[in-house]
Design a protein. Structure first.
Length: 109
């Protein structure tokens, strides 16, 4: 893990994220390691989320979930920051009118 935080590095890592457990956990651990920058991480995540196609959004939601669960011992920073953006993100996913949008709740149950 790199000792320094950089938004461009995070954006690159987010662009390479896939739905595999290893990919999600690896990036989650990197984000938790950089918990002091939780506001910048969540802002970058939010921008990436809104620019991503439907299928990628689920991976980003899984990532957010993993970060929140694994960062609890570092404090509530990530939970607080994600709670500002998750409601709008979920609303956007659930209002998609294609087959993908209708099936998302089945995947996240």
């Amino acid at each position: 893990m790199s000792a320094g935080f950089n938004k461009q590095i995070l954006a690159q890592k987010l662009s390479k994220l896939n739905s595999s457990q290893q990919s999600i956990e690896t990036l989650s651990h990197w984000c938790v390691f950089h918990h002091r920058y939780c506001q910048q991480v969540v802002e970058t995540w939010d921008c990436e989320f809104h620019a991503a196609p439907g299928e990628r959004r689920v991976s980003l939601l899984y990532l957010a979930n993993d970060i929140m669960q694994n960062s609890r011992k570092e404090g509530n920073g990530y939970i607080t920051e994600f709670m500002r953006v998750i409601p709008a993100a979920l609303n956007e996913v659930l209002t998609i009118r294609d087959d993908f949008g209708r099936n998302v709740p089945k995947k996240t149950d």
